[in-house]
Write a protein that binds this ligand. Structure first.
Ligand code: AGP
Length: 610
């Protein structure tokens, strides 16, 4: 996971690198470091912990120079410590790296046998030594990196400096993300777009197996094997402000409140209100393809997996196609049956989650068509997909995914409407109702956010010390129950479980007593009566019951200890509303507990390890 950044130009590099790292800190935050070409040699500063510790180190011993690289780490090999922090140095070479070198044991043995002194426990330092040995054999930096990478197996995005060539950075990529930012008389590289947004919107996306030599006035891309590559830059329409807190205490809170805007951007140009349909050209399937689909398999992890569970409900209900949802890491672990008529949909905010990426590649190799639903443009999953139906949530910085969840659910609903129309399983009138409902959704979400914020904050204050919390839902509310529990766990460290409400009586009900808050999702939908019974079952075991119900639901009011109301809306649209109070609840519990909301312990935003 980790974030890397690089700068070559005429400005002082350290502040730009630190700024870039701050925008990448969500990728990892157990240590950080910079290497900058000084007047004679490369100088390095590293510090354990958050970026502010590195800033303190720089305040004591500043770095001055126009070319540099930086890194923020999420430990894989070796514990978080200064010696394991990047950049790693060997002779004139400094390296930052995101990824995992698989043959590190073998490389370490060989390097030690060749007389190298290896200071850290990391796999990255080995790359620095490999490049150093090649430089010692007389190669220039570009050729040395090329030769060194010939010996490396695994995933990497690396940026390399040599004190003998102080005007350039050499970068290379295999499986880990890397973008090159093109400026005016200055150029950049980073793991992710937001790091570079304040400096440029013109970006070059490297493919796996490619490298680039970055100088102030030029960027040259080649394959690692040495073949020149012509790649046109893309202009990114995200604004830098989108990646800032805009007065909110945390990115997560900002992103929760950004959901109406994210939805609006995601729906824009896709709702065909005139014909009650979806403009589906990005889906990459012809009408005949749509009719020929035998089965849909959704692949995803974490929150994206919960969005996929809602997607299954939509696809089966609206398009009548048998659909399964797979946790990507589990799909990979078995020889899953995939047939050529299957459509695989990979759902991912980052487009870089390794488990999802590998699972999608496996499915493709078995003959499936792969459609992806991804937020980050040109990331790895879109690049291997047959088509990508992007969400337009903008950069999501908080480690806990919120606005991307809503936009993923929106894309899955739009896809299902599109598919249902093509397969004649969805009447034009019903499709038109859903399309109209989607068009109104951003405003309704805005109302729910402003109408429930204080109430939910009060609930969080009241139940902040609960040790266990349960979330129950049926049908479309089941993935929302799972999502409510995941949000609470990941940022507040409170034990929480999401359950299919009907499954409670098969075991988990034993957990309930008068200290356990139980959130019961019971919007007025086809499951309402049964969900109400489940609420009563919990109540009968003395649980503290918090109902998330439709406005005016008197039965829910009578049996709930606390009630959060959302407007009456079509069943398919309920998840967009009911998830909001649960996101807010998790946020406020975490904030009251004083945890690190945007960068919770042990987590990273993008999981590029297996
Ligand atoms: C969400 O809050 C999590 N941080 C995490 O579960 C995330 O959804 C998961 O790692 C998948 O990421 P992706 O959407 O980028 O593939």
């Amino acid at each position: 996971m980790c974030g890397i950044v690089g700068y070559v130009g005429s400005a002082s590099s350290a502040p730009i690198l630190i700024d870039g790292l701050r925008r990448l800190e969500y990728r990892g935050y157990d240590s950080a470091g910079l290497a900058v070409h000084g007047s004679r040699a490369i100088e390095v500063r590293r510090a354990v912990g958050k970026l502010r510790n590195l800033e303190a180190a720089l305040a004591e011993r500043p770095l001055d120079g126009h070319v540099g690289i930086g890194h923020t780490r999420w430990a894989t090999h070796g514990r978080p410590s200064e010696v394991n922090a990047h950049p790693h140095v060997a002779g004139p070479i400094a390296v930052v790296h995101n990824g995992i070198i698989e043959n590190h044991l073998e490389l370490r043995r060989r390097l030690v046998a060749a007389g190298c002194t290896i200071a850290s426990d990391t796999d990255t330092e080995l790359v620095a030594h490999l490049v150093h040995l090649e430089v010692e054999r007389g190669k220039d930096l570009e050729s040395a990196v090329r030769a060194a990478l010939g010996e490396v197996r695994g995933a990497y995005a690396i940026a390399v400096l040599s004190s003998r060539e102080p005007d350039r950075i050499v970068v290379a990529k295999a499986s880990s993300p890397l973008v090159v930012g093109l400026g005016d008389g200055e150029n950049f590289c980073a793991s992710d777009i937001p790091a570079l947004l304040p400096y440029t919107k013109r970006m070059l996306f490297l493919e796996d197996g490619e490298m680039a030599v970055i100088e102030a006035g030029a960027v040259q891309v080649t394959t690692i094997a040495g073949k020149p590559v012509e790649r046109a830059p893309r202009v990114i329409d995200w604004s830098p402000v989108m990646a800032e807190k805009a007065g909110y205490k945390h990115f997560m809170l900002k992103e929760i409140f950004e959901q109406p805007r994210a939805l609006e951007d995601t729906l824009r140009g896709r709702l065909d209100r005139e014909n009650g349909d979806i403009h589906g050209h990005e889906i990459g399937l012809s009408d005949a393809d749509a009719r020929a689909i035998d089965r849909v398999v959704l692949l995803a992890c974490g929150t994206s997996h919960h969005a996929a569970l809602a997607g299954r409900y939509f696809i089966e209900a609206l398009a009548k196609v048998s659909t399964s949802v797979e946790i990507a890491s589990e799909f990979r672990g078995r020889d899953a049956v995939i047939r050529p008529g299957d459509l695989v949909i990979a759902v991912s905010q980052s487009g870089e989650t390794l488990d999802t990426l590998i699972a999608a590649k496996e499915a493709k190799a078995k003959g499936a068509k792969v459609l992806s639903i991804v937020n980050v443009i040109d990331s790895a999953i879109p690049r291997m997909s047959d088509a990508t139906f992007y969400t337009h949530a903008g950069p999501e910085i908080g480690v806990a995914s919120t606005k991307c969840f809503s936009t993923q659910v929106a894309n899955l609903l739009m896809f299902s409407i599109w598919l249902g129309r093509r397969r004649d399983t969805l009447s034009p009138a019903r499709a038109a109702e859903l399309v109209e409902g989607l068009a109104r959704l951003p405003q309704t979400m805005k109302d729910v956010l402003s109408g429930t914020r204080q109430l939910v904050a009060n609930l969080a204050r009241r139940y902040v010390d609960a040790r266990d919390v349960l979330f129950l839902g049926r049908g479309l509310s089941f993935p929302i129950a799972l999502e409510g529990a995941l949000k609470l766990k990941e940022i507040s460290y409170v034990h929480a479980e999401g359950y299919a409400a009907g499954e409670m009586k098969h075991g988990p009900i034993a957990l309930i007593d008068n200290r356990v808050p139980v959130f019961v999702l019971l919007p007025k939908d086809s499951h309402h009566e049964r969900s109400l019974s489940n609420l009563q079952e919990a109540k009968a075991r003395e649980a503290i019951v918090i109902g998330i119900a439709t406005e005016g639901d008197e039965q829910a009011r009578t049996v709930s200890d606390d009630l959060v109301e959302v407007p009456d809306i079509a069943e398919e649209l309920t998840p967009f509303l009911t998830v909001l109070p649960l996101q807010l609840y998790a946020y406020y519990v975490a904030d009251f507990k004083g945890t690190d909301v945007d960068q919770p312990r042990n987590l990273a935003k993008t999981v590029t390890v297996e």
